[in-house]
Design a protein around this ligand. Structure first.
Ligand SMILES: N[C@@H](CCC(=O)N[C@@H](CS)C(=O)NCC(=O)O)C(=O)O
Length: 201
């Protein structure tokens, strides 16, 4: 299997899950220039017509896309690690949380990558501060979003990392700040950050 990624992009979430799960997956860093080329020399659009990372190429050549689907697939390959509850209400809470992260936080942050006009940025940031407040409510006083660490925490960590990079003021949400540090300190997360040449603190 091979994960196509870009450093610090949303592909960081499946990369973290690979390390948390202890899976043997090759990494291929896609270059985002005028062309999108993989490290192994292919046109990335031939792999994912959307041109977006992450993409996971399976051993049979099939390609899976969509971050929240990849992390569920990867977790399913290491069931003993319990990275994605499969039973009862915990399963529905996981899916609810993943969908919230994908549609509210991930796509809520996307406009900030496109050098928005000040008023567009202001509206996006206002919305995100509200949505991170809702994430804080979901976290409550638990160490991780669902209690124990799951794939939702890998995905949420990437969103909080972006919030810091875009200097979104979340100082009114101290629990979320501690949560970010807690996830960042996990050995698998530290390893992943190093592998993507990203700061580890
Ligand atoms: N729907 C996709 C979107 C992935 C996405 O937005 N990827 C970004 C990086 S975080 C990307 O590759 N953007 C480049 C582009 O869309 O041209 C998913 O959820 O995985």
């Amino acid at each position: 299997m091979k994960l196509f990624y870009a450093s610090g992009a949303c592909s960081l979430a499946p990369h973290i899950v690979i390390r948390e799960a202890g899976l043997d997956v090759e990494l291929d860093k896609v270059s985002f220039g005028a062309e999108r080329r993989t490290a192994d020399g292919r046109n990335f659009y031939d792999i994912n017509p959307q041109g977006a990372v992450p993409a996971l190429e399976l051993d049979n050549g099939e390609v899976l896309t969509e971050a929240q689907v990849l992390i569920q697939y990867l977790a399913s390959l290491a069931p003993a690690k319990n990275l994605a509850p499969q039973d009862g209400m915990a399963r529905w809470r996981l899916l609810e949380t993943l969908n919230f992260i994908a549609t509210e936080l991930h796509k809520g942050t996307s406009p900030l990558f496109k050098k928005p006009l000040p008023e567009v940025r202001e509206a996006a940031v206002k919305n995100l501060v509200n949505r991170f407040g809702l994430l804080d409510g979901k976290l409550g006083d638990k160490p991780y979003l669902l209690g124990d660490f799951t794939i939702a925490d890998a995905y949420a960590f990437v969103m909080l990392r972006w919030a810091r990079a875009f200097e979104i003021d979340l100082s009114s949400l101290p629990r979320l700040q501690s949560y970010y540090q807690r996830v960042q300190q996990r050995p698998a997360v530290q390893q992943t950050l190093q592998e993507e040449d990203l700061p580890t603190s």
